[in-house]
Ligand binder design. Sequence first.
Ligand SMILES: Nc1ncnc2c1ncn2[C@@H]1O[C@H](COP(=O)(O)OP(=O)(O)OP(=O)(O)O)[C@@H](O)[C@H]1O
Length: 304
Amino acid sequence: MVALTDISKTYNDGGTLAVDRVSFSVEKGELFGLIGPDGAGKTSIFRVLTTLLLPDGGSATVNGLDVVKDYKAIRSQVGYMPGKFSLYQDLSVEENLNFFATIFGTTIAENYDLIKEIYVQIEPFKTRRAGKLSGGMKQKLALCCALIHRPTVLFLDEPTTGVDTVSRKEFWEMLKRLKQQGITILVSTPYMDEATLCERIALIQKGRIMSIDTPANITKRYPEKLYAIKAENMSKLLHDLRQYEAIKSCNAFGEYHHIAFKDDSDGESEKLLGYLETKGHQNLEIQPTTPTIEDCFIDLMEGN
Ligand SMILES: Nc1ncnc2c1ncn2[C@@H]1O[C@H](COP(=O)(O)OP(=O)(O)OP(=O)(O)O)[C@@H](O)[C@H]1O
């Protein structure tokens, strides 16, 4: 449904390499996530695929159509929700939706079944100006506008950035139901915890794809045995762990720090506890833990 081959994009006369020979493909009906921090190149990739930006190199197709040659046809077949809220702030909820339906030569009534479940949540505010909606409401309106012409592929650029936890959860539920209707969905996010909600993900950093697979396969490939460790003074613990020669990686991770040893064959965790006790740490706790996508991302980043 979507295929990229060696897509590159630079800015500032080639001075900024935003996308570096990126290749991947997305199957029909898949929920695919592009996961990476700010500046990784996610928006640039989405703008190439939605025909809003010309790539410097490589080729890409959406629904079998070329993003450069067939841009007009692609525009009528895809839905795009940009990262920055870009609806008309001075138009009401209903006026915005009507506007997008009209420019795609359709009506709200014609496609109401597709947006109904999302639209009913903002309908009580249909006369309110879009600029006066809450973050979660704006997001729902933007999604309705992106869907109103019944696209076959939906591109959602960081749809949950700046949205509260409850609305984020609701949003992912909505995506699952849209997927069930056969829509192919590409979603980008800087939140690593959202990666597990996608069927397949690409981890991207500095314009390069570091790994593409199902979230489960990516975490399975984490190369080391990982431990979660905590103590009373977590910042001193982080400092002391980073001084310890046998540690390969050490990162703060909520309530715990996650660590991996360079060579874990010979009771390394006991030796470490001994060392930390000599450093005066109290209430030390260490246990094996399962790697998350964030652990994998950091590991891949450090190896690249
Ligand atoms: N119009 C532009 N002019 C110059 N540099 C740009 C432009 N757009 C993006 N960049 C640079 O290209 C790189 C990739 O940016 P891009 O917006 O594609 O990444 P992103 O992963 O979507 O991050 P963000 O969430 O910050 O938008 C960054 O270094 C960014 O500063």
